[in-house]
Ligand binder design. Structure first.
Ligand code: ME8
Length: 645
C-alpha cells in the first residue's frame, strides 16, 4: 500500500433527498483532503456519487409520477450541480444505476456465492427472514421503531411477514474484522467511533440478509433472479465498482489494492462501513479499507435536519450568499472534524466578516494597495531583521502544521495553520507601520516590510487553496505570484517559490467584501479617498440591532491626525477607568486639540477593527448633514463610563 496514493470516498447519497449541508460537509471535506494531498505531492482519486436503488427511491418516483430511472436521473443531477457550484473536484461520480456498477455487483456476488467461510461453510446461504413489516413503508420494521405498537409514520400495526432471503455469514467474519480494527489495520477514527464498533462486535452481530424479495427496484441476484440485492449491500460495492472491479483490474488494483483507501462518512452509517463492508471484502478475497473517518453529525438550530421539518440548509443557497469559497470555509470551520454540533446559520456572516473579510481580505488589500501606491510591483527586500525572519519562519511552520494536520485528518487545524499565519502577518504589518516608515523616509525597511508581508500572504493563500480554490488564486495573483507558479505546492518547495521582486502586484475589488447580518454585501471595504484599503466604521449596525448597542459616555484624552489619511483622527478615550484607542473619520471637522477633554458618546460593544494599522475599539456618535458634522457630546455633569439610553 502506498500512503502517497490516496483513494478518498464519500458515502453515495440517497437520491430521494436533495443535497443539504450534511451531504455538503462530507463532500467538501473529501475535496479538501484530496486537494491538500495533491498539493503535498501525493496522488489522489476522489470518488462520490448517488445511491439510487431500493424501495424508498421507488416510492418517491411513484409519488412524483415518473419511472424510477427518470426520477434518479433528475435527482442525481441535483447532487452533481450542487457539487459543481461548491467547486468540488471529484475524479469520479458513481451512480448505482450505472452499468459498470451493476456488472461489478454481479461479479462480487458471484464471488461471495462461490466462497466458503474460514470455518468451511458457504458464505451466502438461503434462509427465511421473519419480521414485522409495515405495508405503508414497504419495509421491515423493528420492535424498537414502533410507537405504541404502531409504525410511527403510518400509525398502523405492522404485519408479521416471513420472506425467503439470502444471508451473509457475518458471524464467521466479525471477530476477524474486530481484530483488524483493534490493531489498526483498519483505522477507525475518532477513537470513540472505534470503541463503538468494537462494542458492537463484542456484543455479537447476527448474519444479515443481503437480498429482498419484495423490493423490485434493484439489482437481481446473479444466482436467483427472484431476489434483488439489498440496497445497503449493493451500495457499499460502489467503492470497488467505481475504480474498475467489473472490468478494469489494473485500475482497480492501482487504487483499491495498492492505494490508501479512506472512507469518509458520519456516524449514522458506521456499522455498515466498519463491519459489514470489511467482512464482505474478506469473504471475497479483497483488501479491506485502511481508514474510516467518521465526522460529526449536525443538527440545525437544535433540530435534526429533515424533509418534514423543512429545516435543511441548502448548500447552493450558501453559495449564492457567500460565494463558493466562503461557503466551503464556513461549513468546515463550524466544529472540529469528527465532533457533532448544532449549525446556526445566523452566525455565518459574523464568522465570514471576522476571518475572511477582515483577517484575510483586508490584510491582502492593505498590503497590495500600499505596494500599488509605491510602484505596483513586489518590492526588492533589504536586510532582514529578526521580526521579518520570524514571519518567514512562521510561514514555514504553517506549511509543516498543515501537512501534519492533513495526516491526522484534522480539517480545522488544516485551516488553522494558514489562518494563524494570516493573523501573525496582520500583527507584523501593524507593528511595522509601513506608513510611518514611508513618512520617515526609511525606504529599505519599507520595501522589506512590504516584501515580507506579501510573502506571508502568498504562503497562507497557497495553503488555503484546498478550501478556497478560486480566492486563493485571486490572492496569489494579487501579491505577484507568476502565472506559471499558481499551482500551489507545499513543503520544501515553498521557499523556492518565493515572490520575485519586480513582479506586478494589484488588487481590484475586495477579495471578500464585508457583508451584513443577512449576508448582503456592504460597501464598507471600498476605500476612502486616500485609498488605503481601510474600512470606515460608519454603517456597521443595522437598525434592528439597535437594542443590542451599548452606548456610553467617553472622555477624549488624546487626539492626533493619522498620517496620510485626511479624514481620520486617532483618539484615546476614557470609559470609566478604562482607556481605549479609537479611530474616527472626523479630521475634516475637528482639530485634534479641540477634542481633548470633551465627553463624547461612543458605541462600546462594537467589534474591534484595525484602521490604518491602529486598533479601534468603539465608534463615535455624530450628527451629520451634508458636509457638516457635529459630535454628540454630554459636556456637563455626566462622567465618562455612564451609559446612554
Ligand atoms: O446513508 N450531519 O445516504 P444518505 C452530518 N445511501 N453529515 C450528514 C448529515 C448530518 N446531519 N446528514 C447526512 C446513505 N450527512 C446511504 C450511504 S454509502 C455506501 C451509502 C452525510 O443520503 C454523512 O456523510 O443518508 C452521512 O453519513 C451521509 O450524508 C448519509 O447520506
Amino acid at each position: 500500500m502506498s500512503s502517497n496514493r490516496l483513494f478518498i470516498t464519500t458515502p453515495i447519497y440517497y437520491v430521494n433527498d436533495k443535497p443539504h449541508i450534511g451531504h455538503a460537509y462530507t463532500t467538501i471535506a473529501g475535496d479538501v483532503i484530496a486537494r491538500a494531498h495533491r498539493m503535498f505531492g501525493g496522488e489522489a482519486y476522489y470518488l462520490t456519487g448517488t445511491d439510487e436503488h431500493g424501495s424508498k427511491v421507488a416510492e418517491s418516483a411513484a409519488a412524483a409520477g415518473v419511472a424510477p430511472q427518470a426520477f434518479c436521473d433528475v435527482q442525481s443531477a441535483l447532487f452533481r450541480a450542487a457539487w459543481d457550484q461548491l467547486l468540488i473536484k471529484y475524479d469520479d461520480f458513481i451512480r448505482t444505476t450505472d452499468d459498470r456498477h451493476k456488472r461489478g455487483v454481479v461479479r462480487f456476488l458471484q464471488r461471495l456465492h462461490a466462497a466458503k467461510s474460514p470455518d468451511g461453510h458457504p458464505v451466502i446461504y438461503p434462509g427465511t427472514y421473519s419480521g414485522l413489516y409495515c405495508v405503508g413503508c414497504e419495509k421491515f420494521i423493528t420492535e424498537k421503531e414502533l410507537v405504541n405498537g404502531k409504525c410511527p409514520h403510518h400509525l398502523k400495526e405492522p404485519v408479521k411477514v416471513t420472506e425467503k432471503n439470502y444471508f451473509f455469514r457475518l458471524r464467521s467474519y466479525s471477530a476477524r474484522v474486530g481484530a483488524l480494527i483493534e490493531q489498526g489495520t483498519i483505522l477507525v477514527n475518532p477513537p470513540e467511533r472505534k470503541a463503538e464498533v468494537l462494542g458492537l462486535i463484542k456484543h455479537g452481530l447476527d448474519d444479515f440478509s443481503l437480498s429482498r424479495e419484495k423490493v423490485k427496484w434493484g439489482i437481481p441476484l446473479p444466482f436467483d433472479s427472484s431476489q434483488n440485492t439489498y440496497v445497503w449491500v449493493e451500495a457499499l460495492q460502489n467503492y470497488i465498482t467505481a475504480p474498475g472491479y467489473a472490468d478494469d483490474r489494473e485500475r482497480f488494483d492501482h487504487w483499491w489494492t495498492h492505494g490508501h483507501v479512506l472512507h469518509l462518512m458520519a456516524k449514522d452509517i458506521l456499522k455498515f462501513h466498519a463491519v459489514f463492508w470489511p467482512a464482505m471484502l474478506l469473504a471475497a478475497g479483497e483488501k479491506t479499507p485502511h481508514e474510516l473517518f467518521v465526522h460529526g453529525f449536525f443538527t440545525v438550530n437544535g433540530e435534526k435536519m429533515s424533509k418534514s421539518l423543512g429545516n435543511a440548509i441548502d448548500p447552493t443557497a450558501m453559495v449564492v450568499t457567500y460565494g463558493a469559497d466562503a461557503a466551503r470555509y464556513l461549513l468546515l470551520v463550524q466544529f472540529p472534524f469528527g465532533v457533532d454540533g448544532d449549525i446556526q446559520a445566523e452566525r455565518f456572516p459574523e464568522r465570514y466578516n471576522a476571518d475572511l473579510a477582515n483577517d484575510l481580505g483586508n490584510l491582502t488589500s492593505r498590503v497590495v494597495k500600499f505596494c500599488e501606491r509605491i510602484g505596483g510591483t513586489v518590492p526588492e527586500p533589504g536586510k532582514l531583521e529578526a521580526v521579518d525572519r520570524a514571519l518567514l519562519v512562521a510561514g514555514k511552520k504553517a506549511v509543516d502544521g498543515m501537512r501534519e494536520a492533513l495526516e491526522q485528518r484534522n480539517l480545522l487545524a488544516m485551516i488553522g495553520a494558514p489562518m494563524g499565519l494570516v493573523r501573525e502577518a496582520n500583527r507584523y504589518f501593524d507593528a511595522s507601520a509601513p506608513w510611518q516608515l514611508q513618512k520617515e523616509g526609511k525606504e529599505e525597511r519599507l520595501r522589506t516590510t512590504l516584501y515580507v508581508s506579501l510573502e506571508a500572504i502568498r504562503v497562507a493563500a497557497a495553503l488555503l487553496s484546498p478550501v478556497l480554490p478560486t480566492k486563493s488564486l485571486d490572492i496569489r495573483r494579487a501579491v505577484g505570484v507568476a502565472a506559471d507558479r499558481l499551482e500551489p505546492t507545499g513543503g520544501e518547495l515553498e521557499h523556492l517559490r518565493a515572490l520575485q521582486p519586480g513582479a506586478p502586484v494589484g488588487i481590484g475589488d475586495p477579495v471578500f467584501p464585508r457583508i451584513d447580518k443577512k449576508g448582503k454585501a456592504v460597501d464598507i471595504q471600498s476605500p476612502p479617498s486616500d485609498a488605503d484599503g481601510q474600512t470606515e466604521t460608519e454603517g456597521l449596525i443595522d437598525i434592528d440591532d439597535f437594542g443590542k448597542v451599548q452606548l456610553v459616555v467617553a472622555e477624549v484624552i488624546e487626539a492626533e491626525r493619522v498620517e496620510g489619511a485626511d479624514r481620520l483622527l486617532r483618539l484615546k478615550v476614557k470609559v470609566g477607568s478604562e482607556e481605549r484607542p479609537l479611530v474616527a473619520g472626523i479630521a475634516e471637522h475637528y482639530e485634534p486639540e479641540a477634542l481633548i477633554g470633551r465627553r463624547v458618546i461612543i458605541v462600546k460593544n462594537l467589534k474591534p477593527a484595525t484602521i490604518r494599522g491602529v486598533e479601534s475599539r468603539g465608534m463615535l456618535l455624530a450628527a451629520k448633514k451634508g458636509k457638516k458634522l457635529t459630535l454628540v457630546t454630554t459636556d456637563g455633569e455626566i462622567p465618562s463610563g455612564a451609559s446612554v439610553g
